[in-house]
Write a protein that binds this ligand. Structure first.
Ligand code: EPZ
Length: 416
């Protein structure tokens, strides 16, 4: 991707459906033999991968001419979920809960780490064990079996998004009530709860730290719409701020960005919200301190993007990453563009600089790739970002959406 910086972004961008919700709704469709239709599905690489995973397990999937996704899991066969799929996208682990609920067994390759951390799944395993699942780990695979799932009171040591989701979906078939304490509260969790309720699952408490799921309800199909992607929205809001533009980001519920908007306001960004949009105009930005936390804390998925904005704010900011153990890998690339960022353990000390200069950089992961695009939009001169396949995992048509509001950004077809 090539970006010529210095252009103010003006106009409106519509975000797509939330990647970190829709991947789990696709997995949750396994729970019922009746067909499900999902609207507002983002056309991104991770969705294609998740569809390949459930098709490998026997599901039929198709997009209609309006872009609605139809999933039919009537003819499922719970064979292995192979390593070559799981290693490309660790979210494949989300099929484990629904396979256990529907078939009482699942065999999924153990997800490896990635560029932002080890990505353990011990909390998934602990919670599922408490529902009566037995595990065998060998040859890089997780073999899970449950003759009878029994509801339990499960308390998570950390409000893990993935663990909450896998336990929620397995609990759908457990005898009695399952209560999850210290459950994740993300909007994507709330969306999965809404989807399960639409299938016929009695579920309560989504958005709070305590979820209750009543098992063994009769399930049916549903027609459901995914929420807007708050991370995509936050990325473009920061793009508007960093270019000194006047940009309206549509298709998002501002309440899903709560603390993000508070922090941007603290930095000096002017924000106006409506029920499904945020208008951003920027003025001089000042430093602040931020720490990432599970929702409703500041989202780790917007940490790299905020770091770029803080690099151009006056003063020194401290950004603390509490969710992943190594989510600062991209800082060296930013410093090559003129940022002045020093890492001390979980803290990034960000000294404001007057400007950035375009350079050749490489995207190490999805959100760092997006942050490098933001840096390119603000930099003087040309920035060439390679390995943009990372960006395509979670951003639908990013260059088109940015071109539509005045960015000089093109995808060069060198396949890099
Ligand atoms: C989801 O990952 C998202 N991915 C991530 O977004 C997001 O950053 C993360 O939640 C936190 O919000 C999807 O939804 C597909 P976690 P997940 O379980 O479920 C540790 C993006 O850019 N942990 O809340 O893997 C783990 O190591 C991606 O869109 C355990 O120790 O997040 C990590 O440090 C990146 N044991 C922390 O918790 C476990 O069993 C957060 O993990 C599970 C997690």
């Amino acid at each position: 991707m090539t970006v010529n910086g210095g252009r103010r972004l003006t106009g409106a961008i519509r975000v797509s459906g939330a990647k970190n919700s829709v991947l789990k709704l696709i997995a949750a469709a396994i729970l019922t033999p009746e067909a499900c239709t999902i609207d507002n599905v983002p056309r991104i690489a991770d969705v294609n991968l998740m569809l390949r995973v459930i098709e490998h397990l026997g599901a039929q999937t198709a997009f209609d001419e309006q872009g609605a996704l139809r999933i039919d899991c009537s003819g499922m066969n719970p064979v292995d979920t192979p390593y070559n799929l799981v290693r490309q996208m660790r979210a494949s682990i989300s099929v484990m809960g629904p396979l256990l609920a529907r078939f009482g067994r699942a065999k999924v390759a153990m997800p490896g780490g990635c560029n932002i951390g080890s990505r353990k799944i011990n909390l998934h395993i602990k919670g599922l064990r408490e529902l009566g699942v037995d595990f065998n780990f060998e040859h890089g695979y997780i073999e899970a079996k449950a003759d009878r799932l029994k509801g339990a009171d499960i308390s998570l040591a950390f409000a893990s998004v993935g663990a909450t989701e896998n336990i929620m979906m397995a609990a759908v078939a457990a005898e009695g009530v399952t209560r999850i304490e210290n459950a994740a509260r993300e909007p994507e969790i709330q969306d999965l709860a809404g989807f399960l309720r639409a299938l016929g699952v009695p579920i309560r408490g989504e958005g709070t730290s305590t979820l209750e799921i009543e098992g063994r309800a009769e399930l049916h199909g549903t027609h459901y719409r995914v929420i807007g992607d708050r991370v995509e929205a936050g990325t473009y809001i920061i793009a508007g701020a960093i270019t000194g533009g006047d940009l309206t980001v549509e298709g998002i519920a501002p309440r899903h960005l709560g603390i993000v908007l508070d922090k941007l306001g603290e930095i000096g960004v002017n924000l106006d919200t409506s029920s499904e949009s945020v208008r951003v105009r920027s003025s001089e930005c000042v430093c602040t301190d931020v720490c990432t936390l599970p929702f409703p804390g500041f989202p780790t998925d917007l940490q790299p993007q905020l770091m770029v904005l803080l690099s151009l704010a006056s003063g020194t900011s401290i950004l603390t990453e509490n969710v992943f153990e190594s989510r600062f890998m991209f800082v060296d690339e930013l410093n090559r563009m003129g940022c002045d960022i020093r890492i001390e353990g979980h803290h990034a000390i960000i000294r404001g600089v007057p400007g950035l200069s375009g350079a050749e950089v490489s995207a190490p992961d999805l959100r760092a790739g997006a942050a490098l695009v933001l840096a390119g939009l603000a930099a003087e001169g040309t920035t060439e970002i390679c390995d943009i396949y990372h960006i395509d995992r979670g951003y639908e048509r990013m260059e088109e959406k940015l071109q539509g509001v005045g960015a000089a950004i093109t995808r060069i077809s060198t396949g890099k």
